[in-house]
Structure formats: C-alpha cells, structure tokens
Design a protein around this ligand. Structure first.
Ligand code: SF4
Length: 482
C-alpha cells in the first residue's frame, strides 16, 4: 500500500527492570512500523518522572552518543512512536505527554483517536482550561486533573468512561503503570513478562519477542491492568462482555507486523489465509505471483500456494529510504517511489504477472508501480487485493485520505481496472475477509468498507480537527510528505 493510509501509533511500557529505559528503546524499535514521525520515552525512579521526545524515528531521537538513555535511566518506563492521526507533526504533540496536576505527575501514551475530544475540549476551554497541544490525547490529562474526577475512588476508571473512540493507553504515574483499552478493543495492547520477571505492556507481541519476554495475554476491552511493585492487578471500567468488540481488522491486513499475534491470531498466518481465499475467488491464468512488499508478501504466499502459480519477488523494497521532511517536486517524488520499490526485470519480463497488495487507497501510487512493471516488460498484469475496496474514512485512529480521494469511491471495477492500467482486478469480498478471521464476524470493525461505524461519529473528525487552535504558531514547521 505504500503508506497512503498511515500507521497509527506504538506503545511500550515496562515496570521494575533496571534496564527499563534501554528495553523501552528496543521495544519501540520493534514497533517502529506503527509510526515514524516522533518517538519518546518517559521514565520514573518511583518518585519523579522524566521525559524526552523528539521528531523522527527512535534511532534519530535517541541517537547514539547523545547520552539521553543514560539520563533517563530508571526502573519504570513507557515509550511511544507516533504517526499523527490527531494533530500535526509538531514537537508539542509528541508523546508521552507529561504533565503535573494536583495528584502529582502523569505521562500518557495513546494509540487511537478520541472522537469526542473536540467536544470535550470546547467544554473545558469554555471553563478556562488552557491546552498546550493540538492532539486529542491531552484531554485525558484534563479529565484526570478535574477535581470532581480526581476525588473519585478510581479516577482513571471514571475518566475512561468519559472517552469515546479508540484508545489503547499507557499511563505512567510516579510508582506504577496503568495499561487500558477502550471497551471495543479497537487497537491492540498486550501484556508480557521478561525472563527476569519484569512486566511489560506493548501494542504488539513483536515487541515482547524482541526482548524474549513471554506473552501473557491481551488487555481485555474495557479493562485496566496495573503494573506495580506487587506485580499485575486488573479491574474493568465497563461490565466485561457488555460490549461486543470491534477490533480493527485493518491491523491484521496492513498495520501489524507479520510476527505479531493480535486479536488472538498471528498476523502472517491471517494474511496467508487472505491470499488463499483471494485465489479461490479470483484465480488468474498467470506465470508468476509477486507481492507488493512488505505488507502484501504474506497474502501473495497464500495466493501462490492456493493457485499453484510460482511465487517470486518481482519488487524489491529499499528500507533505507525513509520519509523526508522536505517536499520534493512531482518528478523527485516519482523517483523516490521508484527507489523505494525497484522491479526485478528478469522476474517479470515477458510474463503474465499476478500482483498481490494488501489494499489500495488513492490508487495513484499503485498505478505508478503497475507502470514500472509494464516498462520492465510484464506481458499481462492481474491485480489482486487482499481486502475489499476502501470506500469510507476511519475515525478510530487511521489516517485515510478523504472519502472523495479513495479510489473505490464512486468507481466500479471496470473503472478501477482502467485507472490502474491493469488487465484484470480482483478484490477480496467482505465475506471472504471475515471468513479468514478467528473471531466471529461481528467482533471486528469493518467501517472503512461498509460505512457502518460501531461508535457513532456525531461530528466529523480528522487529524486536524483541533488544529485551528494553535496552527499559527507552527506555520514554519516542515511537515512530512510521507
Ligand atoms: S474503519 Fe477500518 S481502519 Fe478504521 S478501525 Fe475500522 S477497520 Fe480499522
């Protein structure tokens, strides 16, 4: 898909480990695919929280020789990698977001989108509150600080009941971490334990594997898990089982790493099943199956297995071209796409090629890739997509372009085929997609294909919903062109 729909965010936290900060650094590295715009770590010695965040990847923000990890060294830590789905790429919006209130300090790391944040912010501002960011996450700190909330027996549980939308959260207090997940369990969050016995919370299990921590379980929808010196304890802020989950199935299709297990199922295996299903429904007479790497690779393997058409790597992806903060002109942009994804001419020349991708968003990047295949001598191109046509925006933490910009909006299959300049097109059906999933069909969110939003969105929300408040302050700040 080539980042036309942006990743959301990645969370990592660890309690009671002398090397907690260094392990958070490595944990964030393994979650880097979930966001490359900013990174940050907050740590506590049990009394005082320190925090450092910056724009860029984990290795850029905590570059070697900077001494930052040493300065932060404490036994309790949380970290965050961000792609902005609410608020622009500006240092003020970096996370963890550290603040002080009447009960002490708290640092917040959030994955998801709070759809009622603009409304709540308006209310708080009307009563004199001052916000320092343009992201939805900050409202959580204001809710926590409100005296009538702070005096409740369980202020966090009380506050979470005020939030609507998608949120997997890590909150670092002076002497403990709280890990929480919204009642629908839209974004993933799991708990593990290191070999030395320290408890870990992370967006995906790949971050646990990175430090040989053992997966214990997922944080349940509507649950808060506390990590402190006594170990793990939990409580629910909504009645368990009272809400049917709405896990984001797009996590399985595109966002999550292949070696992760989320929503009870390994991502690579799930994508292979999608490929097999796609081959059953949309077989093509072809000589070779090639993936659009990396997120299309597992599905292409499944497609090749099922169709008995040989699998090969017709595209090679360069991992050394990251996002640039300088907007190049159109020609340079095209060159950059070519450098990111090069064609192996020998694999496709004179062949009938099946290309498998996880999804198509705007379609312009996909068309560019199809053109490079033609230029390399592909005789026929049969495009196969492992999810249904994307037709609706996401309000729960994925930054899709507007409905009008989506390729499948108001286009039929023939028009899509023509636009992409391919010989045939085959999309996964919604039924096909859901038949591959481990959980019952109604346990997933599918709103970007169906337009049926499980959490009603009263007020249109996009990543710049709260931007008007402070945007003038950052007129000169370079935005990533991604
Ligand atoms: S709308 Fe799509 S991307 Fe957004 S949460 Fe639902 S399934 Fe995921």
């Amino acid at each position: 898909m080539n980042h036309e729909a942006r990743d959301n965010c990645g969370l990592f936290g660890i309690f009671g480990e002398p090397e907690a900060v260094r392990m958070t650094y490595f944990g964030l590295h393994s979650l880097q695919h979930r966001g490359q715009e900013s990174a940050g770590i907050a740590s506590s010695n049990g009394q005082l929280i320190q925090c450092h965040t910056g724009i860029g990847t984990v290795s850029r923000v905590f570059r070697s020789g900077s001494g930052l990890l040493e300065k932060l060294a404490n036994p309790i830590a949380i970290g965050h990698v961000r792609y902005s789905t609410s608020g622009s790429t500006s240092p003020i919006n970096n996370q963890p977001l550290l603040c002080e209130y009447s009960r002490g300090q708290v640092a917040v790391a959030h994955n998801g989108n709070l759809i009622n944040a603009p409304l709540l912010r308006d209310e708080y501002e009307a009563h004199g509150s001052i916000f320092k960011t343009t992201s939805d996450t900050e409202i959580i700190t204001h809710l926590l600080a409100k005296p009538t909330h702070a005096s409740k027996p369980d202020p966090l549980a009380h506050v979470l009941n005020h939030l609507q939308g998608a949120y997997s959260l890590l909150l670092l207090f002076n002497n403990h971490i709280e890990a929480a997940r919204d009642p629908y369990g839209i974004r993933p969050l799991c708990i593990g334990r290191t070999e030395k016995g320290a408890y870990v919370a992370a967006s995906e299990t790949c971050a646990l594997d990175a430090m040989r921590a053992k997966f214990i379980r997922e944080v349940e929808p509507g649950e808060i898990v506390r990590l402190d010196e006594k170990g793990l304890s939990n409580r629910f802020f909504v009645e368990p089982g009272s809400v049917t989950p709405a896990h984001c199935i797009f996590e399985h299709i595109y966002f999550a790493k292949q070696n992760s297990t989320i929503f009870g199922e390994n991502v690579h295996e799930f994508r292979k099943k999608l490929g097999r299903q796609l081959a059953k429904d949309h077989r093509a007479d072809a000589d070779v199956v090639i993936p659009v790497p990396d997120s299309g690779t597992s599905a292409a393997i499944g497609y090749a297995e099922q169709s008995k058409i040989p699998f090969d790597m017709g595209f090679v992806r360069s991992h050394y071209i990251g996002r640039t903060f300088i907007s190049p002109d159109q020609k340079l942009r095209e060159l950059q796409v070519k450098l990111k994804l090069a064609v192996v001419n020998e694999i496709v020349r004179g062949k009938r090629v099946v290309v498998v991708d996880d999804s198509i968003v705007r379609g312009t990047t996909t068309r560019g890739k199809m053109r490079t295949l033609r230029q390399a001598g592909a005789k026929e191109i049969h495009m196969r997509v492992s999810c249904p046509p994307l037709r609706f925006p996401c309000f729960y933490g994925v930054d899709f372009p507007t409905k009008e910009e989506l390729l499948a909006n108001n286009r039929n299959l023939d028009e899509i085929k023509e636009f992409l300049e391919v010989d045939s097109i085959g999309y996964q059906s919604l039924e096909g997609l859901l038949s591959c999933a481990a959980l019952p069909a109604d346990h997933y969110c599918t709103a970007c294909w169906t337009g049926k939003y499980r959490i009603p969105v009263d007020r249109p929300f996009n990543k710049f919903a709260m931007e008007h408040y402070q945007s003038h302050m950052f007129d000169d700040f370079p935005q990533p062109d991604g």
